[in-house]
Design a binder for this molecule. Structure first.
Ligand code: COA
Length: 373
């Protein structure tokens, strides 16, 4: 059987960053305006006024300090409270494909691989820009890759599900060089008027090149094992879809954007993921002391602290479980890949680590890797 490895990763970060202070300021102006416009109903006790968001709460509850976004002005404008990204004609590359291509070029360059030698492209992300043609086929065309391409969506776990899918193609001989891209314009589906979640997400794109070991560059990453899990939950949900027009009364309702029961997600996902990691470590005979680093999904710093201490039996250091959500926020499927991309250059031959993602579905994926010579 062919052996899949990770040859390289790539990252594209938007140029604009929004601090918690900026985000909270525009939310609070929006809330004050909302209350003023409904002052009569509020004083008659018919509706509750909106309360202010807080920088301190956001940092303490999530660990997020800022986020990168494609459009800063629209998000911060209290009269808009959403990104403004102009529609493009069909003869121009779409914005989601464009950011995926940026990250893909970075991965291809790092691995020394020519685009024409890639024989499959998977666009694994939370929210595709359109139904079809697949974003992945557009990326394949823009880069000049061969073979086949398709989209897959497993929400925040899309990248690890994409890695296992790519690895299985390589094992079976369907492909030799598979590019997995994770373009995430999360600001497009975040409700910036929802105090409970307006701070959660950021935009980014990552790419992972999964290849057959014999063609991989020096310093690639062996894949020791992958595991995927899903378990149905309504606690993270987005009901946007093509059937919305068949029920026009629901169009633009809050559930057509991201909604979650954050507390429940926290409580249910932490044990699910910690148990999954522990049981796969047992299967692969990896002891906690021989796991050099965990690149965990970047949703919540407290969640990651709990998961890593359950796995290690003690609190992990920042070096053992690096954080990128402080500056990127939750970037859905891309989070654990950003953490890996930015914090793996110091690995020596034989050192082992874990890429792990989790999120809506629920879904979770683990990829244990080892640095090759
Ligand atoms: N500013 C100030 N206060 C806020 C606030 C804000 N922006 N948002 C919520 N609060 C208040 C709530 O109203 C609540 O007040 P109350 O106690 O008077 O009712 C209090 O803070 C606690 O709210 P809660 O929602 O229980 O906070 P939390 O500690 O659970 O943190 C999350 C919220 C979202 C950060 C946290 O639950 C989380 O990250 N969960 C996991 C999310 C996740 O991984 N999702 C996956 C997405 S793909």
């Amino acid at each position: 059987m062919n052996t899949p490895v990770i040859s390289a990763t790539g990252l594209w970060t938007p140029p604009n960053s929004i601090s918690n202070e900026e985000l909270v300021h525009s939310y609070n102006v929006w809330a004050d305006n909302w209350n003023r416009e409904r002052a009569a109903d509020i004083s008659a006790g018919l509706i509750e006024p909106k309360t202010h968001s807080s920088v301190e709460f956001i940092q303490k509850a999530s660990g997020i300090k800022s986020r990168f976004v494609i459009d800063k002005a629209g998000i911060l404008d209290p009269d808009i409270m959403a990104p403004r990204i102009a529609e493009r004609p069909n003869d121009r590359i779409s914005v989601l494909a464009e950011i995926a291509v940026n990250a893909a070029r970075d991965a291809l360059e790092r691995s020394g691989r020519k685009a024409e030698d890639v024989d499959a492209v998977i666009c694994a992300a939370s929210n595709m820009q359109r139904a079809y043609p697949a974003m992945a086929v557009e990326v394949q065309d823009a880069l000049g890759c061969g073979g086949f391409a398709f989209d897959m969506n497993v929400a925040c776990s899309s990248a690890t599900f994409g890695i296992q899918t790519a690895a299985d193609f390589i094992r079976s001989g369907s492909a030799k060089s598979v590019l997995v891209v994770n373009p995430e314009i999360c600001s497009g589906h975040l409700n910036f008027t929802d105090r409970d979640s307006h701070f959660i997400f950021g935009d980014v794109a990552t790419a992972i090149l999964v290849e057959e070991e014999s063609i991989a560059p020096v310093g690639h990453w062996k894949i020791l094992g992958t595991k995927l899990k899903t378990q149905f939950s309504n606690n993270i949900r987005n009901n946007f879809g093509f059937l919305n027009r068949a029920a026009p009364e629901g169009i633009d309702a809050p559930d057509k954007l991201f909604v979650q029961e954050g507390r429940k997600v926290f409580k249910e996902v932490v044990p699910m993921v910690a148990n999954m990691i522990a049981s796969q470590m047992e299967e692969l005979d990896i002891k906690p002391e021989s796991l050099r680093r965990m690149w965990l999904h970047q949703a919540n710093a407290n969640m990651n602290r709990l998961i890593s201490s359950k796995v290690l039996g003690r609190e992990a250091t920042e070096d053992e479980s690096p954080t990128v959500l402080d500056t990127y926020a939750n970037t859905s499927s891309a989070g654990s890949i950003i953490a890996f991309h930015k914090n793996s250059g110091d690995f020596k031959h034989g050192q082992r680590g874990l890429i792990c993602s989790f999120g809506a579905g629920y879904s979770a994926g683990t990829v244990f890797v080892e640095k090759a010579a």
